[in-house]
Design a protein around this ligand. Sequence first.
Ligand SMILES: *Cc1c(COP(=O)(O)O)cnc(C)c1O
Length: 453
Amino acid sequence: MNPQQLFEKSKKYMWLPFTQMTDYERDPLIIESGDGVRLKDIYGNEYLDGNSSLWLNVHGHRKKEINDAIIKQLDTIAHSTLLGAANVPSILLAEKLIEIAPEPLSRVFYSDSGAESVEIAVKMAYQYWQNKGIKGKTKFVTLSNGYHGDTVGTMSIGSIEIYHKVYTSLLFDALVVPFPSVYHHESSDEQVVCQEGLQLLRDLFEEHHEEIAGMSVESMMQGAGGMNIMPKGYLKGVEALCREFDILLIVDEVATGFGRTGKMFAVEHEDVHPDIMTMAKGITGGYLPVAATLTTEKVYEAFYGEYEEMKTFFHGHSYTGNQLGCAAALANLEIFKNEKLVEQASQKAEYVKELLQEVKDLEHVGDIRQLGLMCGIELVKDCQTKEPFPWELRVGYQSTLKMRELGMITRPLGDVVVFMPPLAATFEELKDMVEILKQGIIWATTEYTKERV
Ligand SMILES: *Cc1c(COP(=O)(O)O)cnc(C)c1O
């Protein structure tokens, strides 16, 4: 089928996620194939995958070992249900996940997406207290600008106005504390921001702890909320407060897990031990939809007993524990080990940090936030006052359209440009990517805005 026909059909039949379709119609992109860190569209144009196909891809596209693992599994079985029955790759993967996860996580509950893994965490934490007969602990605490997914439950513990506001009356109430963002705080002292943030949380816990089931946080760095990094010591402080007030700590590693931040899981940066931890995106190397919610024996045991005791956890979807996905995830973890990928990622992150120095010096770059290979570049009208560009200009979005033209794909979060290359990107590829990033930003913040601001 010729490209024009495909585009017409896409306009006629499709509705894309998190997309205003007029944007798509104006600047369509239809991917046909991928190889390594490159994507190719139906017109034959090539692009570097600057956001790992939305933060998923680890080893590049068409990684042989993962392809082979899926094909091998396909010759055995594609899918059978996990409801009341296990399957071979899901068992083997559960063991491996527990091996690499922080203690005392010891149980794996599978699902199909990051949002569902957090939805499960919420239901699990809620029912944990119900099963223990502590009926009053029903609420959740979350951080401002938090993102845990787009389902009704995960939006309830999320706090991003642009995504969530319209649904307000549909969502359950969560207690929101401000995210300790150093750049957006009047004090630029990390420790001041950290201590203030923890004090606000302590005040909230002191007043409400008897009603609080759990607290959810993205691990070390918020993703969709604008790539915000926690000040040093904050997550460790949150953990200590959760312990002190008997509140379950739910850590969302959906974006940060699997080497993304230079550690296998971002909690390792501060030696944090969650009660519940969620993972998805990188778990299959970006191949197939698998997610997991890990928890401790303490939580598991609150659900364990005879059926008549009515403690069963009633959750699970048709494709939970899919064999093809689990086989891909097993192959993914094997490559992590064989290629020492976490170490590599942390070396590449150092290199990217150097490369980004030049971007940092640009006139309209207010802040660069980077943890490992997870980077956000905040564009502002005025670096001194931190005044943003008028939001309707969509300077971030415009910069990424320019990057696409120059041969790299990424998606912005408002005026924060996201740079999250696959961990397998070579030093040379990283250099090419940052060069395009820089050119896109320069164009959008000068030429494009010139007549418009
Ligand atoms: C992407 C993301 C999710 C949602 O994952 P999906 O697979 O898109 O449902 C949840 N939490 C965080 C931190 C994420 O970045």
